[in-house]
Design a protein around this ligand. Sequence first.
Ligand code: ADP
Ligand code: MG
Length: 679
Amino acid sequence: MDMNSPITRLGGVGAKRAENYKKLGITTIGELLEHFPKSYIDFSMPVSIAEAPINDHAVIKALIIQKMPAARIRQGLVLYKIIAEDGCGDRLTLIYYNNQYVYNEIELGREYIFCGKVSGNFIRKEMNTPQFVAADAPCLQKPVYRLTEGITANMIRANIKTALENIDSSAFIDPVPNFIRQNYSLAAYEYSMRNIHFPSDAQAAALSKKRLAFDELLFLQLGMLMMKYRSRTEAGYPMTPNRDQLNKFALSLPFTLTNAQITAIKEITGDMCRGYPMNRLIQGDVGSGKTAVAAAAAYFAYVNHCQTALMAPTEILANQHFKTLNELLSPLGVRVCCLTGSIPAAKRKLLNKQIADGEFDIITGTHALISETTEFKSLGLVIMDEQHRFGVNQRAKLAEKGNNPHRLVMSATPIPRTLAMIIYGDLDISVLNELPKGRQVTETYAVTAKMRERAFGFVKKLIDEGRQAYIVCPMIEDGGNELAAAENYAARLSENDFKGYTIGLLHGKMSAAEKDDAMARFKDGTVQLLVATTVVEVGVDVPNAAVILIENAERFGLSQLHQLRGRVGRGKYKSYCILIAGTVNDDIRKRLKIMTETTDGFKISEYDLELRGAGDFFGERQHGLPETKILDALSDREVISAAQSAAKDIYDESPDLEKFPLLKCAVEKLFMSGTAEAL
Ligand code: ADP
Ligand code: MG
């Protein structure tokens, strides 16, 4: 049996179970063994019954002294009670419902270690459906796996166990070269593949996890470096430096560029004058003025007789960019248009023709830009706004519309440096770490629902002063009707607290035209209060808006809150952000407090990473990277920097990985694994 053998080679895995395993992406023994545990239950440090806190999880070692007869409570509900006693003579009642299998498995007179939530009182403690292992079991770490319908925890444990027992040692071929393994003190590959599932102790589990997480991060990083390397061998559009034109652009702006903007523009135009395509990311905090930098790049391309395509994730943003760029650049002779899916077919056809004929210099748009029918005359620069919404593939698709055009990516959310280096490992990075002069800090308050009335009063006061406001409406549970919830909420506001004010509504279920209309009415000031779902999250720019009130703030990640807060404080007015927490506990209090204490997006992103781990940090794989198997690989900074430095060592030795065929194969496998397509 080797890694490529089908899982049906395992005893007990028939066609039906194999079909179920497929849902987890598992068809071979290798894939089964790479289905790493998402966590472990640690039975290694039991406490006495007296020590176990009530209403909390505990691990308790105890001897079975009595098995009560099964009791039928009502139709379909059978209760099994088992009494256990620890070394101090204290007793614990174990309770299982409808689980005769477990009841039979637990033997009278034998000692076990139980793990579960303790309930009851100080006189009589209980554990409801605890997990358990025999006290003399060789391994006191029980792996917990991601499951699917038809695959139970016990099944997958048993199958992995059998696979590990039957697979030959020679099947474990270490993809990482020896010198890296030694330099970074990594555990051996076979050891790690075995111990990640059934560790001999907690340390073995940790070592194995570290090793395998290192591998994943290394492959990821190498993949990115390879992309970077390859793009440098492409012939690009070398442009000609033109300081006069750039000065002309700067002077035409209604504001003075910040130093950070000037530096970024220099880096970008410098890249664009080289023989190979630029691949650069602008990382800037919310409101740092990324659009003006993009405009400079587009203008530079225009001066060099090239077209620019700017792709945004939503129609609202595409239109907003169109308006901004048109305002900034049409006085300089630049012709700007906007191409989105909602443009009627006839008009779109005409637009497409004009774009192909070179009658427009800057084309902003949505995914419509990468549709088959869109062709450019001389696409020299592609810009992606709010890039984490796009996958690596979409980036590539837009670039394919030209002949190795320069590529500029603008990230909406500041992310920690360590992560930026992984996620954008194929890009050079410019950081806008400075806000335009005169910006006032947005004052932030975190309050409970009790304060809602007062908060509404405050919002009204600002509107009365001529400002505008956003209210992000309450989040609804999965399966609830977003549309109805948002509409009802807005209706309630207009009937009660905000009677007499003009209220607009913006949510994800509206058509693009409706959304644009709602945004336009907010932008021109017709609408005073915009009730919105998180569709306002990215990029929307209305400088007169001075307050944003966010319901259910506890359900957002810090970076998302920061992004939402970034909708205000974009103009000359003192601005406010009010976070209303629907429920409160210590964690929530701590998180929301961070928001009230800092407005530095980079700092907030560091906290976010620390508090939630990287998996959550990006929400549902929005980063466009291959899915990692070690779920929290991205939250271990030590491993991240080790993998980064190792990738660099390897890259320096052989940038195309030709010297390390096994590694190359592993990297390619990771980047092929059905990833970016869905993004
Ligand atoms: P973001 O970086 O969040 O995309 P935008 O590009 O939308 O920010 O810019 C935010 C606001 O700041 C816009 O209204 C823009 O006109 C303004 N702005 C950009 N650069 C400057 C500057 N150097 N000085 C003053 N205002 C600026
Ligand atoms: Mg923006």
